[in-house]
Design a protein around this ligand. Structure first.
Ligand SMILES: [Zn+2]
Length: 204
């Protein structure tokens, strides 16, 4: 699937599984869902300058902008993420988590598309690293990451889910850029809009 689809589905899933109990948790879900939804495609965006690589780069920029906007909202409201950082920023645990995330991103950039970063091994390593870095982001990040794998496995190009085992898995139902991708993207947007209305009423 394309990056826009991964972002809206990642955020929707993170905002629903399970529904946040506070407005602060909504903000963490937006950040974790957006980043978890696109981080698998770190392995794209270099080499051949085709539409998928450009899409991966645009997706990373969009997820970063969404996360920065959400983080500013979190800071303004003294939410869970900024509160955690303000009290733990000098903590050894957060530094180890940040270093591990950076190392995993570098490894992901070096691997072929839909191999390491689209595996359960990467899911476990990234999730644990995010948990070390900032626990409030861990659950939504995991949901966003799993939503990415769930969408990509619908495509023709297989995922090495059990990397380093080289067996690929694919349901071969659609191509990444296809009417199915557009349908899921629109469905995700509608879901996101409905969630925003419901949560705005609940937490206002
Ligand atoms: Zn992917």
């Amino acid at each position: 699937m394309m990056s826009g689809t991964h972002i809206v589905v990642g955020m929707s899933a993170a905002l629903l599984l399970p529904p946040p109990a506070t407005a602060s948790q909504c903000v963490a879900a937006v950040i974790g869902g957006a980043l978890g939804g696109v981080i698998c495609d770190l392995d794209a965006g270099s080499g051949k300058n085709d539409i998928y690589n450009r899409d991966a780069i645009c997706g990373r920029v969009a997820a970063a902008l969404i996360s920065v906007a959400a983080l500013l909202a979190d800071i303004a409201s003294k939410g869970a993420v900024s509160t955690y950082f303000s009290t733990h920023i000098n903590g050894f645990r957060s530094l180890i988590g940040a270093a591990a995330i950076a190392a995993l991103c570098l490894i992901g950039r070096k691997t072929a598309h839909r191999t390491f970063t689209h595996s359960l091994l990467a899911f476990a390593l990234f999730s644990f690293s995010v948990f070390l870095f900032c626990p409030p982001l861990a659950r939504p990040f995991m949901v966003g990451f799993l939503s990415h794998l769930s969408l990509d496995i619908l495509n023709y190009k297989p995922l090495l889910l059990f990397y380093p085992w080289k067996k690929g898995f694919s349901l071969k139902l659609c191509y990444a850029k296809s009417p199915a991708n557009t349908a899921v993207f629109v469905g995700g947007l509608v879901t996101l809009a409905a969630i925003a209305v419901v949560y705005a009423m609940r937490f206002a």
